[in-house]
Design a binder for this molecule. Structure first.
Ligand code: CTP
Ligand code: CA
Length: 228
């Protein structure tokens, strides 16, 4: 496999990977969530460990075994994921945001379980969550604070996949954006993935359909090239 030939090209490096999907509480028993399984983020964490990195895996609501050798930080909401990622990113060479972060959360959370009654239910009002990837990029652009050298985002797009991806990479100020093609049984909950990695320089690297480990190794290859 690819790993064997890589030696420890991430030895001495600290990388942060976020994985899974956030849950935004409505009340103590209900949440707004998404379909992310965490498989791609866990594959990234495993392959980084195999390549010698110190790995912090910020994991949101996944049902997968901890990758051996990684430090796992469990979170539930986007707010918690933000705090864990930003804290770990201070000492990181690279951050890979593979997690599906909820764009919105309920403005208010009921402290008690919402009960049904004869009346129609109240609407759930939503507010925007902070954009963690954009914040990492912005901190770096401003040259303020300590920030990782390499910032990697993920995006699942449907229609104009490449144009949307290119705009997103620029908007968020990341170095690499892994753009998944959603549909045809790819991406969510499946062992395989296919993607195009866009770079800040305007290049694109196509990754054919294959195991999420293979995609992870291509991502780390591209990250390694950007590290001094
Ligand atoms: N992301 C993030 N914080 C958010 C939302 C997204 O850090 N609040 C990260 C994701 O982890 C991913 C990247 O941004 O690496 C792209 O996420 P995506 O949902 O595709 O981008 P959005 O900017 O939310 O745009 P869209 O309207 O297409 O959902
Ligand atoms: Ca989004």
């Amino acid at each position: 496999r690819v790993l064997a030939g890589r030696g420890g090209d991430l030895a001495g490096r600290h990388v942060v990977v976020s994985a899974g999907g956030t849950r935004e509480a409505i009340d103590p028993v209900r949440f707004i969530g998404n379909r992310s399984s965490g498989l791609q983020g866990y594959a990234l964490a495993r392959t980084a460990v195999a390549r010698g990195a110190e790995v912090t895996l910020v994991s949101a609501n996944v049902a997968l075994p901890d990758p051996a050798g990684a430090k796992v930080v469990r979170v539930e909401s986007a707010t918690q994921l933000r705090e864990a990622v930003l804290a770990a990113a201070e000492h990181a060479d690279a951050v890979v945001m593979a997690a599906a972060v909820a764009d919105f959360r309920p403005v208010r959370q009921s402290g008690t379980k919402i009960k049904k009654s004869a009346a129609e239910p109240d609407p759930i009002h939503l507010t925007k969550n902070p954009d963690i990837l954009a914040e990492l990029g912005e901190t770096r652009r401003a040259g303020s604070g300590t920030h990782p050298r390499v910032i990697v985002g993920f995006a699942a797009e449907t229609d104009d996949v490449l144009a949307n991806g290119r705009a997103k990479l620029e908007r968020k100020g990341c170095d690499l954006l892994v753009v998944n093609q959603v549909g045809e049984n790819l991406a969510f909950g499946t062992p395989d993935n296919a993607a195009v990695v866009l770079t800040a320089e305007g290049d694109s690297v196509e990754i054919p359909r294959g195991p999420k480990e293979d995609l992870a190794d291509v991502v780390w290859n591209l990250v390694v090239r950007r590290l001094p």
